[in-house]
Design a protein around this ligand. Structure first.
Ligand SMILES: [Zn+2]
Length: 426
């Protein structure tokens, strides 16, 4: 069972990062207080310049880079804007007043990173950001454009997301599938740089995740809509409190999931590394479906996550129906509407005959019994021709225990359905 090891896109911050809530943001300490870093409104358009050496090594690199910035600035309802300053020669990363994108020869050797973004701020307001791409990435089978979109997310002040399908997920996929921002990325950046009053962008969900020892620090909180899409996520702060802002109107359920892999606190900036990796059971907020309306705050949403569990899915695999030749991976896999696919989930606690899983999408139906091999469980699923496109959640169950793999699957937008692509994607 080959387990490809994705290469981490790591992040290097000059400033010291400290606490926050809501969508995972980079933070800094200003006079002892925690501040989320961001660009001031007066910084836009943010100008960037690419080094000739990078563009020579990367055919089509200039257009690819413009698309990577454009993926963020083309989103509706944000005030993001970028301006390319073209190509320079002999550009180097470093604090020099220019936002540069350059080629590096030693990131991979020194930091095991294939791309890195370095941010500088004054009192939490970003003043400069440099993206470095290692030569290893340019010559690899990894999705280079995805890596660039990811680094631009750091440039804007986003930390990593534990959602597998998010661009801000810390591992890059192989291949060259078109890159589109995930709902989690879009909600996070829109709430950060709103074009309109932030409180009118969507609804706000507030609450607390509690475990055996009180509030749980660095638990992942996920708002799932009726189509089973993990629309918005965030992490709890030190006291176990969470805030999800800018949640689009609709009906939601929320659940809390431990940050125990594939993403754990070590994938995040220093503040989050103080979080406990408590392996509680994935728990849904117990109560009525939440009706989210723009401008409204739904508060006091308590998720009781007491007890522990060793059930921990970490890999996913997709193969042709009837085939059991899974290449398990920790990055999101895409399935096509109309397809029947064999889907595997691997990890800890996949007890044969007991562990099962469901996919929280109304467009996916299981059509075979569960089968078991090694540390994984698999079954065939039929994806409806009109299945709603977007990210999907795999929920593994064992008795009364549950564990989620959030965003492990992406359902491709159905072809020929007459529907356009979702605004702001692509
Ligand atoms: Zn990163």
């Amino acid at each position: 069972m080959p387990l490809p090891r994705p290469i981490a896109l790591t992040l290097f911050l000059i400033t010291l990062a400290l606490p926050a809530s809501a969508a995972v943001r980079l933070t800094t300490s200003v006079n002892g207080a925690v501040v989320e870093v961001e660009w001031a409104a007066s910084s836009f358009p943010i100008r960037y310049q690419a080094d000739q050496r990078l563009l020579s090594a990367l055919p089509g690199g200039a257009a690819m880079l413009d698309r990577a910035f454009g993926a963020w600035s083309s989103l509706d309802r944000t005030r993001l804007a970028f301006q390319s300053m073209g190509t320079g020669s002999g550009l180097v990363a470093g604090h020099n007043g220019l936002n540069t994108v350059t080629l590096s020869d030693d990131l991979f050797a020194n930091q095991r990173a294939i791309a890195v973004t370095t941010n500088w701020d004054v009192q939490g307001k970003l003043t400069e950001s440099d993206i470095q791409v290692d030569a290893t990435l340019v010559n690899s089978s990894y999705n280079i454009e995805q890596a660039l979109v990811h680094e631009v997310g750091h440039l804007l002040g986003l930390d990593h997301s534990p959602v597998l399908s998010a661009v801000m997920y810390p591992y890059v996929s192989r291949g060259n599938d078109p890159v589109s921002l995930d709902s989690d990325d879009r909600v996070a950046i829109t709430a950060m740089y709103p074009e309109i009053d932030r409180t009118l962008l969507g609804g706000t969900l507030r609450g607390r995740v509690t475990g055996d020892g009180g509030g749980i620090f660095a638990a992942q909180v996920v708002a799932v809509n009726e189509a089973g899409v993990p629309v918005a996520t965030g992490l709890t702060n030190r006291t176990g409190d969470f805030t999800l802002e800018g949640v689009p109107d609709g009906k939601y359920r929320i659940y809390a999931e431990p940050l125990d892999g594939p993403v754990d606190p070590r994938n995040l900036s220093p503040f989050w590394q103080q979080g406990n990796i408590t392996s509680f059971r994935t728990q849904f907020h117990d109560g009525a479906v939440l009706e989210v309306t723009s401008g409204r705050v739904l508060g006091n949403l308590v998720v009781d996550a007491s007890g522990t569990s060793d059930l921990n899915p970490r890999w996913v695999g997709v193969s042709a129906s009837g085939s059991h030749d899974f290449r398990l991976t920790t990055t999101a896999l895409t399935v096509q509407p109309g397809q029947t696919a064999s889907i595997a989930v691997a990890g800890d606690g996949m007890t044969p005959g007991v562990a099962t899983f469901e996919i929280l999408s109304p467009g996916m139906r299981r059509v075979s019994p569960f089968r078991y091999a090694g540390n994984y469980v698999y079954a065939d699923f039929q994806i409806a021709p009109d299945a709603p496109g977007g990210s999907a959640i795999i929920l593994v169950k064992r008795g009364n225990e549950a564990a989620a793999l959030t965003g492990a699957l992406k359902i491709a937008e159905s072809k020929g359905s007459g529907r356009g692509r979702i605004a702001g994607r692509g």
